[in-house]
Ligand binder design. Sequence first.
Ligand SMILES: O=c1ccn([C@@H]2O[C@H](COP(=O)(O)OP(=O)(O)O[C@H]3O[C@H](CO)[C@@H](O)[C@H](O)[C@H]3O)[C@@H](O)[C@H]2O)c(=O)[nH]1
Length: 457
Amino acid sequence: MASPRVVLFPFMSKGHIIPIFDLARLLLRSGISVTVFTTPASRPFFSDSLSNTNVNIVDIPFPQNIEGIPVGVESTDKLPSMSLFVPFASATKSMKPNFEQALASLSPVTFMITDSFLPWTLDSANKLGIPRFAYYGMTTFSLSLMRSSSDLLRTELSDDEVFTLPDFPWIKLTRNDFDSPFREREPKGPFFDFAMEEAMATSKSYGLIVNSIYELESVYVDHFNSKFSPKAWCVGPFCAATAPLQQRLEKPSYINWLDGMLEQGKQVLYVAFGTQAELSSEQFKEIKIGLEKSEVNFLWVVRKSIDEVDDGFENRVKNRGLVVTEWVDQREILNHGSVQGFLSHCGWNSVVESICAKVPILAWPMMADQHLNARMVVEEIKIGLKVETRDGSVRGFVKCEGLEKPIRELMEGDKGKEARKKVNEIGEAAINAIKEGGSSWQTLNDLILELTTRRNV
Ligand SMILES: O=c1ccn([C@@H]2O[C@H](COP(=O)(O)OP(=O)(O)O[C@H]3O[C@H](CO)[C@@H](O)[C@H](O)[C@H]3O)[C@@H](O)[C@H]2O)c(=O)[nH]1
């Protein structure tokens, strides 16, 4: 009998594509044939990352002539501004005819996992009688809190007024923990309409795939699955299925730099804010001062032009700090022996990667689900500390002092030590979850069995 075939279709954003590469590896390991959909400009990224696998890669043209979006931009990290997200995401709808044509030409597809940001793929799945799972880059912790808070957020609560939820009385939340437009009293606008379309398609899908681990958020997985549908399946951490590093002639210079730090017995703070967060110039300046004053060794990946950094800063910190403007292998950095802390925006992939590398986090959430992820990191699973905002509010400006103190605490203080101990324990459990007999391994097997039996009925 031919092996089951699964179709994967990530949204065109690095934070959504990268975990799907690892999910493909997890599925291959379970004897599944995998086809991944992408667009021509992203194809090289796919074929490089999946080169040592037999994943079938299909590219379909990305829509052209979308107002405001430069020609050739096929991934959100290349957008001139995140304000173009909705036109970009909405434009993907016109890929539907090509997607359906390619889908129909594949051998029978057992099920498909498509990004929740591609809600129109549900219709394609239904037309061809294929069960669709929506991939959410979020935790069930965030999903449960978002859904359970929606009524309270429609009341007169002020932005930083603390409230709790009857089902989770131990978590203190504020309106500011939720991103716009969801935190508004009367949410509306193009992004809200898009999110409603996404939620509607998800509610009619077969299930939700979550890049998390049952043990990490069992209360929230159980809550979600008892109150909402469709069912959320935690089959992560995907990154623990990552391919071993390939042989290479030369190491990137930042790895050589980290090697040097390790040889001198020095600990390094890794600083990176993902692919989407937009930092103001004022905020950028405070980071430089905070890093300089903290006196720790650091590797900072910036998405801004070097000119904004190059005011003598690099020269002043040259013996202990490295600023990198290129795309880096974040996992290799996090797993480097010298890296002992991560100043992170708490994008969910970064959190999972830090957990698997057993590196404690200094949380500085900026947008999307990041504030809720930061609550999970600091208050729920206690694997990190938080930067301090000037006025103590959730979204306040962070002055250099609000960075300097917690950076030192994370790298050298008792609270950092506790967080490091906790991340070691949780990291070990997370890595074990996808091994034979682990919770995610079992959940994925159950899912495959349910779907293959269903198809054979
Ligand atoms: O130079 C770089 C920069 C990033 N990465 C990788 O890119 C991914 C980034 O993902 P994430 O940390 O989640 O950040 P964002 O790209 O900003 O994530 C978006 O998507 C996430 C998943 O849905 C959300 O949790 C975030 O809030 C949202 O901003 C990670 O795998 C990183 O390892 C690299 O390997 N090299």
